[in-house]
Design a protein around this ligand. Sequence first.
Ligand SMILES: [Mn+2]
Length: 413
Amino acid sequence: MAAHKKFIKQTRPALLLLAVWALVPLLSPAKTQNAFASRRDVVRIFMKGRALVHSGLPELAFDKNFYYLAGVREPDALLLVAPRRGNDVIFVKSIPDAQRLRSLVEASGISQILSLDDFGRIFSNMMMWSWDLYVPKKFDDSYYVILDLVKKFPYLKIRDLSPFLTKMRMVKSAEEIEFIRQASEITAAGLNAAMRAAAPGMYEYDLQNIIESVFFAQGAERTSFASIIGSGPNSVIIHYSDNTRKIESGDLVVMDVGAEYFEYAGDITRTIPISGRFTPRQREIYEIVLEAQSRAIAACQLGARLTDIDAAARNHIKNKGYDQYFTHSTSHALGLDVHDSWYLYGRNIPGVIITVEPGIYIPEENLGVRIEDDVLITASGPVVLSASVPKKIDDIERLMAEGRFIGKRARIH
Ligand SMILES: [Mn+2]
């Protein structure tokens, strides 16, 4: 009995999540139905007759939850998801020209695009019926922007939509999976170009420039985070992004980069020997990380938690005696945000996408290795979306030699 109850308690969040997601196609049988409108319908059911106000925040802190529900990248805007379908509104800072207005309506599936100046009037009309309101509390800035707007309504009862949105965003639709697959492909292409071009004497930013120009040439809108090109002593710094060092012969280079495509993030790390060949010591550490990653990917099964996947990588590294040099966790969710929504007790279900990125960083040897792939969870096992960039030692050395054959573009200073 106890075991049975425990099982239900543990699987309930995953089952709820699947139930939520199953609602989407039911709500939108027409093929032409706007995906963002369907998500708002799911949220509407959850809110049981209450409204949601959501801020897009300024461009520098643009909130992807806003995009997820509104379907437009419109900074400083407000989204109102009304209790009734058809009454949703996007409030923008200034009303754009007719063409832009049409594209906002088409992308969002919302016909009312109004000025922020109209928010108070519309909102107070709506609030005649209910003092209950949902906001995304998790994002503090957004929360305060909204509180500021609604503080003239002293009787408001604020509810938090974040936990629900987190669960919704964990499971990706077929279309979202396709965008992330594309983002991973573009990221892989950038890394392949860097491997071909890499040579001692280049600066870290040279590799960054090669990678990012491939991203933009292939349709990425931006990088999904600040590119990390850490060579030699910088290879052991987890979030290094100065990328200013001259790369010396014999250095390892950790390249942790991501292209953003249709708002979705790729995130891949490869570690290469700048001279084209791993030294025996570099090879030794690299093989440990690669085996740890392979075990962690194998652990990406239905029902697994991120902690299970982490344990698979960590146990191998620990058995080899390098536990103290593996100083971060193995996985995070990937989606609209590079560190995407993840429900703390979440378990892998079909449609979840996570990174798998163990590493070993030995500062006293200036030796850092991290290998990261993007993995889709399916009913028939893990699918690596970032497989088109090599990670086996022989394959990396071969690709780098290929580059040497066609002539390295060493930078002259
Ligand atoms: Mn990552």
